[in-house]
Design a protein around this ligand. Structure first.
Ligand SMILES: NC(=O)c1ccc[n+]([C@@H]2O[C@H](COP(=O)([O-])OP(=O)(O)OC[C@H]3O[C@@H](n4cnc5c(N)ncnc54)[C@H](O)[C@@H]3O)[C@@H](O)[C@H]2O)c1
Length: 269
């Protein structure tokens, strides 16, 4: 990161915002960040909230920056990269966060070998609790992967994977926050159904998820071992676990990851 002068974001949407917030929180100078974003509303929001300079011209952005983060929807990749190929000279590194889109497709759109790192972050980056997987493209240098690692470590944890595993990462941690939000909401609904006030139920459900996740991470114990410690023989929890098994929670979550993985493959075309 020390060698990076300026980071430019092609697209200033939700995920770009989460990374920008992480970088600023990690003491990366906001004056060395630049965003190219076509929406006036998003431009204003990013400028007002983070003091980051936002422009509307992707070509100007690529000219100005040595590290570019491609953060548009996969479906608009062609339009977003149109006219940029000749600007991606050897001194530029591209980090793509696009779901499904492989580094060879990005090279095709940029008309040849380019230094590319593919990343799959997730929105908890906004609160410094992100999970990002990275893989290098064929022409990335070892230092490029380290640069990407440092960048995403400002937003949470980083795992290195093979490019062939990126769709599965998307299905698990990329899309995963949405599954967890649904689980939190459903648990809170369960509490409300049993008579708890809505706010109390939501607070208890959220902290239960957070606490259980921290226990898995900090104890290093298998989740099944930790679950067994909650299940008293003949007690309340094992009765609930029976309901979870009857409802197919485990199979449903595995199928959710499979569907998102498949959709990621489709988006890559
Ligand atoms: N949101 C997530 O949870 C998440 C997680 C991991 C990866 N991703 C990936 O991140 C990318 C962005 O997702 P998002 O949720 O931030 O989407 P988003 O719609 O919030 O952001 C995309 C932004 O790109 C802008 N844009 C559209 N056309 C453009 C162009 N030609 N040039 C420059 N900017 C343009 C849009 O105005 C928008 O602000 C996607 O490829 C997605 O697969 C998203």
């Amino acid at each position: 990161m020390e060698k990076i002068d300026k980071i430019g974001f092609i697209g200033g949407g939700n995920m770009a915002e989460a990374i920008i917030k992480g970088l600023i929180g990690g003491a990366f100078p906001v004056a060395r960040l630049l965003v190219a974003e076509p929406s006036d509303e998003r431009r204003r929001l990013l400028e007002d909230r983070y003091g980051v300079h936002v422009i509307s011209d992707n070509r100007e952005l690529v000219r100005d920056c040595d590290l570019l983060v491609l953060a548009v929807k996969p479906q608009v990749r062609e339009a977003a990269l149109a006219g940029l190929a000749e600007l991606f000279t050897d001194d530029k590194l591209l980090i793509s966060i696009l779901a499904g889109v492989g580094t060879s497709e990005l090279e095709r759109l940029l008309s040849g070998p380019r230094r590319i790192i593919r990343a799959m972050p997730n929105t908890p980056a906004l609160v410094g609790a992100g999970a990002t997987a990275l893989c290098p493209g064929r022409h990335a240098r070892p230092a490029d992967l380290r640069t990407a690692q440092h960048l995403f470590e400002t937003t949470g944890i980083v795992q290195l994977v093979e490019e062939g595993q990126m769709d599965a990462v998307t299905g698990l941690s990329g899309s995963g926050p949405a599954y967890v939000f649904t689980i939190i909401e459903a648990l809170a609904d369960g509490g409300v159904l049993q008579g708890l006030p809505r706010h109390t139920a939501l607070m208890l459900a959220t902290q239960t998820l957070l606490g259980a996740a921290r226990m898995v991470k900090e104890s290093g114990e298998h989740p099944a071992v930790l679950r067994d410690k909650v299940c008293s023989p003949g007690g309340t929890t094992i009765a609930a676990v029976q309901a979870l098994e009857e409802g197919g929670l485990r199979a449903t979550l595995m199928e959710a990851v499979a569907r998102a993985t498949e959709r990621s493959r489709e988006l890559g075309g």
